[in-house]
Ligand binder design. Structure first.
Ligand SMILES: Nc1ncnc2c1ncn2[C@@H]1O[C@H](COP(=O)(O)OP(=O)(O)OP(=O)(O)O)[C@@H](O)[C@H]1O
Ligand SMILES: [Mg+2]
Length: 495
C-alpha cells in the first residue's frame, strides 16, 4: 500500500501511509489505540474507500473498491468482529456467497470434503456440520481463516485475533500462522500483546496518529525500542511501583476486612471457592481458562445465580441477587466482554459515560452538565482516550478507545470493591500503564480490587496476592508475589 490517505469528518485517520507485506512473512501492524490500524485494514479490505493512495500486488496496481474486489485480489481479512452467520453450519459459512449471482450447486458432500481439506491445511479438526453459534471464539476464528483460504487468499490479515483467546488457544493460533507462512501466505497481524509480536512476527510496521513511523525486521528491535517507536517516547516501566500492601484503617482504627467470599457454589464451573480481598489490596484470580474465574466473579456480582456461599463486605453479609444489588452494596464489575457491556454505539461518548452515573450528576432532578463533562474530561486525559470531543459517536471510536470509555464509565461509580475482568484487553501499552496507575490509586484510597487476567506478566506486575483456581476450586494462594513466577502459578493452576 502506498500513500494511503483517509479522513472521516473531524478525523484525519490515515496520512500518507505505506505498508509492505512479503509472501511467507508475518508483518505486525502496531500502534496505539486510534493510530489507524483497523482503518488501514479496512481500506485493504475494500470496506473503506481511501481518499488517495494505491494498492499493488506483485507490482500491479489493484482497484479495490468493494470487499469483493479485495477477495478477488487474494486478500482475506479477519476483522475484530467476525462476519459469520451463527445459525448456519461451519461448511455453509465457509462457502457462503462464493459465487455471487449464481446459486451454489456444489453438493454438500463435496463442500464437506473441501472444508475438511482446509482444516487439514490449518492443522485443526473441526466438524463442518457444526453450527457456528455452538463454537468457541477460537473455533469461529478458524472458520474465518478457512474461509479466507477457500478463496485462495495470498494475504491474510488478522485484526487483534488473540484478544478473545485463552493462552492455550493463542498457541493454536500461532501454529496456524506458522502453517500459513510455510505455504507462502503473507500475514498482517495486529495485536497489543508485545510477547506475541516477538514470538511470531518477522517484521513490524508502526503507525502513530495516522502517520507511518517506521518498518523494521523484528531482530533489530527490543521490547523497549519497540515501545518507544509506538508511543513516541521512552516508557520507564510497564507497571507502577507497588506500594507496600498495607491494610487500610478506618476512623476508629479498626482494620476493615473488605470482601470475603465463602464457599461459593454456582453453575457448572464453580464448585467451592473461598477467598478474601482486603481493602488496599489487589488480588488476582488466576487459573487456566475454564477454571471458573469469570464465573466466580459473575456469581459475586449477582450476574448469575449463586447456589451456595456467602459474600460479606467489611464483615457485613450482603444479599446479592442481581447486579443491581451488587452495585447498591458497593461492588462493581468490569466484564471482559466489551459488546455485552453495552456501549450504545450510536450515542455520544459523553452520554455513554453519563447515563449509568446520572445520579452522581443530578442535583434536585437537574443534570449538572458541566460537572458531568468535567468528570468525563478528566478520564479522557488520564486514560488518553482518543476522542474528537464529548459529542463523538461511541461507534466511531477505535476498539481500544471504546474499551477506555467503558472503563471510565465504571470507575466513575466509585465502588468499594471493583472486579476487573481482563482490564487491559485491547488497550495499547502506554494506556495500560495509566490503567495500572489508576488501579493503584484506587487501592491506595482503600478500595479492594479483584483482578482476573490471562496475561501472567500483568498478574505478576500488579497483584499483591494471587489466588489460583482449578476446576472451580482454590488450589493455591501466593502471598508473596515477589517470589512468584509464571511457572509457579502454572504449577498450581494444573494441580
Ligand atoms: N467510521 C468512522 N467515523 C469516524 N471516525 C472514525 C471511523 N472509524 C475510525 N475513526 C477514527 O479513526 C481513528 C483511527 O481508528 P482505528 O480504528 O483505525 O484505530 P486502531 O489503530 O485500530 O485502534 P485500536 O488499537 O484501538 O483498535 C480514530 O481516531 C477513530 O476514532
Ligand atoms: Mg483497531
Amino acid at each position: 500500500m502506498r500513500g494511503v490517505d483517509k479522513s472521516f469528518p473531524g478525523v484525519h485517520a490515515l496520512k500518507n501511509v505505506d505498508l509492505d507485506v512479503e509472501a511467507g512473512d508475518v508483518l505486525a501492524l502496531l500502534g496505539e489505540n486510534g493510530a489507524g490500524k483497523s482503518t488501514l485494514i479496512k481500506v485493504l479490505g475494500g470496506a473503506h474507500r481511501p481518499d488517495s493512495g494505491v494498492i499493488e500486488i506483485d507490482g500491479r496496481p489493484m482497484e479495490i473498491i468493494t470487499p469483493q474486489d479485495s477477495q478477488r485480489a487474494g486478500i482475506g481479512i479477519i476483522y475484530q468482529e467476525f462476519n459469520l452467520i451463527p445459525a448456519m453450519t461451519v461448511r455453509e459459512n465457509i462457502f457462503l456467497g462464493q459465487e455471487p449471482g449464481r446459486v451454489s450447486i456444489v453438493p454438500a458432500g463435496k463442500e464437506r470434503r473441501r472444508a475438511r481439506e482446509l482444516f487439514d491445511r490449518i492443522g485443526v479438526a473441526l466438524d463442518p456440520d457444526a453450527l457456528v453459534r455452538d463454537l468457541t471464539v477460537a473455533q469461529q476464528q478458524i472458520v474465518e481463516i478457512a474461509k479466507a483460504l477457500s478463496l485462495d487468499s495470498r494475504i491474510i490479515v488478522m485484526d487483534e485475533p488473540s484478544a478473545a483467546l485463552s493462552p492455550r488457544e493463542v498457541e493454536g493460533l500461532f501454529r496456524i500462522v506458522d502453517e500459513l507462512k510455510s505455504q507462502g501466505i503473507g500475514i498482517v497481524y495486529v495485536s497489543h500483546r508485545l510477547d506475541e509480536i516477538f514470538a511470531i512476527c518477522d517484521h513490524v510496521t508502526v503507525l502513530r496518529d495516522g502517520t507511518y513511523v517506521d518498518s523494521k525486521p523484528i531482530g533489530e528491535l527490543t521490547r523497549d525500542t519497540l515501545i518507544e517507536l509506538m508511543v513516541g517516547r521512552k516508557l520507564a516501566d510497564e507497571f507502577p511501583n507497588r506500594a507496600v500492601a498495607k491494610p487500610v484503617a478506618t476512623d476508629d482504627n479498626e482494620v476493615r476486612s473488605g470482601l470475603t467470599v465463602s464457599n461459593l457454589v454456582g453453575g457448572p464451573k464453580v464448585r467451592d471457592i473461598s477467598f478474601n480481598v482486603r481493602r488496599g489490596e489487589i488480588v488476582a484470580l488466576t487459573g487456566l481458562v475454564g477454571a471458573g474465574r469469570t464465573e466466580a466473579a459473575r456469581l459475586i456480582f449477582g450476574a448469575d445465580k449463586r447456589e451456595a456461599g456467602t459474600i460479606t463486605l467489611d464483615g457485613k453479609e450482603l444479599s446479592i441477587k442481581s447486579p443491581r444489588d451488587a452495585i447498591a452494596s458497593g461492588i462493581c464489575m468490569l466484564t471482559e466482554d466489551r459488546k455485552g457491556q453495552g456501549l450504545i454505539l450510536n450515542r455520544s461518548v459523553l452520554e455513554n459515560f453519563g447515563l449509568p452515573n446520572l445520579s452522581r450528576f443530578t442535583v434536585r432532578g437537574l443534570i449538572q452538565q458541566k460537572r458531568e463533562r468535567d468528570a468525563f474530561q478528566a478520564y479522557v486525559e488520564q486514560l488518553q482516550i482518543k476522542v474528537s470531543g464529548p459529542k463523538q459517536r461511541a461507534g466511531n471510536l477505535s476498539g481500544g478507545n471504546q474499551q477506555k470509555v467503558v472503563l471510565a464509565k465504571w470507575l466513575e461509580r466509585d465502588a468499594e470493591v471493583i472486579i476487573f475482568d481482563e482490564p487491559t484487553r485491547g488497550i495499547d501499552v502506554g494506556a495500560k500503564f495509566e490503567i495500572y496507575l489508576l488501579m493503584r490509586h484506587l487501592v491506595e484510597q482503600g478500595k479492594a480490587i479483584l483482578m482476573i487476567s490471562s496475561e501472567l506478566p500483568e498478574v505478576l506486575g500488579m497483584a499483591d496476592r494471587i489466588i489460583v483456581l482449578h476446576e472451580g476450586r482454590v488450589t493455591g494462594e501466593i502471598e508473596d508475589v515477589k517470589l512468584a513466577t509464571q511457572e509457579s502459578i502454572m504449577d498450581l493452576a494444573v494441580k
